[in-house]
Design a binder for this molecule. Structure first.
Ligand SMILES: NC(=O)c1ccc[n+]([C@@H]2O[C@H](COP(=O)([O-])OP(=O)(O)OC[C@H]3O[C@@H](n4cnc5c(N)ncnc54)[C@H](O)[C@@H]3O)[C@@H](O)[C@H]2O)c1
Length: 318
């Protein structure tokens, strides 16, 4: 691998194209996309042209690679990861790890039994704002942590609707699966392991109440049917001595972590830059033989919370 990890980018849809443009067009050290794959030939061809590499409609056609970066719809992740591990390839796969508990568990087992690196593209643990907030909480800057609240409120539109799988009621659909593991990983990063969850809502809007192993209480609200209003406070950590707000910006560099006292911990962060950190960490893990920041077991912990929340939706009615 002296010339870098040879990567096939699998899935040239919305996020595949974004990652090609924003990460692989000038890749982090050691990463080298040598082929792209999408079953829609013109998408593969366009991203292949962008990166100057050959395009394919089936991974089986791709010549020798060391690793695959899988950017497919949710219900295609499990089979694609297992196939890649069978072929001896390192894997980066989009969130959520899988769509069922059984598939998630099978992936954790397969990853554990293999000597390949399996990383999951879960963004929040890679955000400087989230890392700074977690450090501040750990250092007691807001006293004792008592509660954490997260919100993801925006309008699903444009390229995210193109193939319809997010809203067709199928196994990949719904905001809980789409945004839930993101926020679960964020919550776990700030407050540790989650012990219990209840939920209410439907395919487009969901609310969760959580209890952490530490006794901290959490709330999350996700909706994708309301206009977005620029960088929003997506998470607040409440302590006995203060608060921290984490603002996330999907359109530019407006992300920040700020103590309510006014002290700025981090500012100027662009959410989508985290994809560069994710790829750099994955390739670093491959080259150094270490565990990536978000491995299959960590992503499975997030998935379990989301699946438990889905089971719990409106269980108690009055
Ligand atoms: N981490 C993030 O910031 C972030 C943001 C957006 C999407 N995502 C995740 O990325 C994944 C993809 O989402 P998207 O919005 O790009 O979806 P999309 O539908 O735009 O793209 C998926 C692509 O995969 C292709 N495809 C499907 N099955 C295939 C197969 N078997 N072989 C080859 N190609 C196949 C489709 O033709 C499509 O072009 C999802 O897991 C989603 O949750 C993550």
């Amino acid at each position: 691998m002296s010339e870098g990890v040879r990567i096939a980018l699998v899935g040239c849809g919305a996020i595949g194209e974004l990652v090609a443009r924003r990460v692989y067009a000038s890749p982090p050290p050691g990463a080298r996309v040598v082929a792209v794959v999408d079953r829609v030939a013109h998408r593969a061809a366009e991203v292949g042209a962008l990166l100057g590499v050959p395009a394919f409609t089936d991974l089986a056609e791709v010549p020798a690679v060391d690793a695959v970066d899988i950017r497919l719809p949710h219900d295609a992740h499990a089979a694609a990861v297992l196939h890649a591990l069978d072929a001896g390839l390192h894997v980066l796969v989009e969130k959520p790890l899988a769509t069922t508990e059984a598939d998630g568990r099978a992936l954790v087992e397969a990853a554990g039994a293999s000597d390949r690196v399996v990383a999951v593209a879960e963004n929040y643990p890679h955000l400087a704002t989230v890392q700074a907030a977690a450090r501040a909480i750990e250092a007691g800057r807001i006293g004792e942590l008592v509660a954490v609240r997260t919100t993801r409120a925006y309008r699903l539109d444009g390229v995210w609707l193109r193939d319809g799988w997010r809203q067709d009621g199928g196994p990949a659909a719904g905001i809980l699966l789409d945004q839930g593991t993101h926020h679960t990983s964020l919550l776990r990063h700030l407050a540790g392991p989650i012990a219990a969850v209840t939920a209410s809502g439907g395919a487009d809007t969901v609310g969760l109440t959580l209890r952490f192993a530490s006794g901290v209480i959490g709330q999350s609200l996700y909706t994708w049917v309301t206009p977005a209003f620029g960088p929003e406070i997506e998470a607040t950590a409440y302590g006995t001595g203060g608060r921290i707000d984490i603002r996330v910006d999907y359109e530019g560099a407006g992300g920040s972590a700020v103590l309510r006292s006014g002290e700025v911990l981090v500012e100027g962060e662009d959410y989508y830059d985290s994809h560069r950190a994710i790829v750099a960490d994955w390739v670093g893990a491959i080259r150094e033989g270490r565990t990536p920041l978000v491995d299959a077991a960590s992503a499975f912990a997030d998935l379990r919370v989301v699946l438990a929340a889905a089971e719990e939706v409106d269980r108690w009615t009055l």
